[in-house]
Design a protein around this ligand. Structure first.
Ligand SMILES: *Cc1c(COP(=O)(O)O)cnc(C)c1O
Length: 362
């Protein structure tokens, strides 16, 4: 069986080793004669899986003890609401607007009637960069950034400094580089891009931010509810957490997050070099110093949508999927998350180079 090269933005590629392991254990998990999907979330069979995922995450991501690791549902999108509901006490929050997901986070805070301010934006150039000169005030509840802009293919090389807790939507680059936890208040992500399958939302939150929430916040939308119960207040997304645990184990087997980071840079360099060495045939969306190693968004010269469609068709014929760009950029987008192999990237680059040789100048 040949596996399809998956360049989709999310749900995205899962390491083949993880899927094989899950397949092996699907009917009989650890000698129980049950699938882990069928196990009670109150059973020790499941609780071991749950706690193993948490401790592996703490180990690999070097999460300090004053942070809580939570497994929630509702996707990163529900965090756009939960974060302001739980963290706003003084009444003001600030955002960097670096793309569509930042805008959605701002929108949800506005729905709650919270005072939001945008301190920097790159909207004027269709989000082709991480905004420069980012400065947050001190007297705010938190400062929000989107660490990797999945659609536009931009990423912070370094998080901006903030005296207020920094809240980071890391949905498309969690577990891809080491974190300096000193300014962090919250890091959150849906698991389906860089950490496994859909259904589980990872929230890593500084413990002191969990308290002091208004009585009007519903139980399920309170971090405290989940922190006090080890994310077992109600039924958690057990299978997603199991796959997350296997994915973390896979990262560990690869040498940990630094090793994955190095490999990701190598993969990204191959693809960006193909763009840069194409005599202008391929045009990257992101400015060079904002380029994401996770999502590579690009067009063909003059946004030639006919040629773009032709190239996408060729990739599909070569058993590749997910390369059509988002409608707001057009063109192509190669999502090359942790799980995407360097062989997949090399195969794509070979096709791109051949296509350029054939169609440039014509
Ligand atoms: C995909 C994505 C989201 C939305 O995630 P859901 O889990 O589908 O709600 C939010 N932020 C970023 C940066 C994303 O890439």
């Amino acid at each position: 069986m040949k596996r399809t090269f998956n360049f989709g933005a999310g749900p995205a590629c899962i390491p083949t080793e993880v899927l094989i392991e899950a397949q092996k254990e699907l009917l009989d998990f650890r000698g129980s004669g049950l699938s882990i999907m069928e196990a009670s979330h109150r059973s020790s069979l499941y609780e071991d899986v749950h706690n193993e995922a948490i401790s592996l995450m703490r180990e690999l991501y070097e999460i300090p003890d004053n942070f809580e690791v939570l497994f929630l549902q509702g996707g990163a999108s529900t965090q756009f609401t939960m974060i302001p509901m739980n963290l706003v006490k003084k009444g003001k929050i600030q955002f960097v607007n670096s793309g569509a997901w930042s805008k959605k986070a701002i929108k949800e805070a506005n729905i709650l009637n919270i005072k939001t301010e945008i301190v920097a934006s790159s909207e004027d150039t269709n989000f082709d960069r991480i905004p420069e000169n980012i400065e947050f005030d001190d007297n705010i509840d938190y400062a929000h950034i989107t660490s990797n802009n999945t659609i536009y293919g931009t990423q912070y090389k370094k998080y901006p400094k903030s005296n207020a807790p920094l809240v980071v939507d890391a949905s498309s680059d969690i577990f891809s580089y080491k974190i300096d936890w000193s300014d962090i208040g919250v890091i959150y992500a849906g698991a389906q891009k860089n950490a496994g399958s859909s259904g589980v939302t990872i929230v890593i939150i500084r413990k002191d931010l969990i308290d002091g929430v208004k009585d009007s916040v519903p139980s399920m939308l309170r971090y405290k509810t989940h922190a006090e119960t080890n994310s077992l207040y109600n039924t958690p997304p057990t299978f997603g957490i199991y796959i997350l645990g296997l994915t973390l184990k896979w990262i560990k087997g690869k040498g940990g997050i630094e090793a994955i980071d190095k490999l990701n840079q190598e993969k990204a360099n191959l693809l960006y070099s193909a763009i840069d060495n194409s005599d202008g045939f391929y045009v990257g969306h992101a400015q060079k110093d904002s380029r994401s190693p996770m999502n590579v968004s690009f067009n063909i010269k003059d946004k030639n949508s006919e040629l773009e469609a032709k190239l996408i068709k060729i990739t599909e014929d070569a058993q590749m999927v997910g390369l059509k760009g988002h409608r707001s950029t057009g063109g192509l987008r190669a999502s090359i998350y942790n799980a995407v192999s360097i062989d997949a990237v090399k195969a794509l680059v070979t096709i791109m180079n051949k296509f350029k040789d054939e169609y440039n100048e014509k």
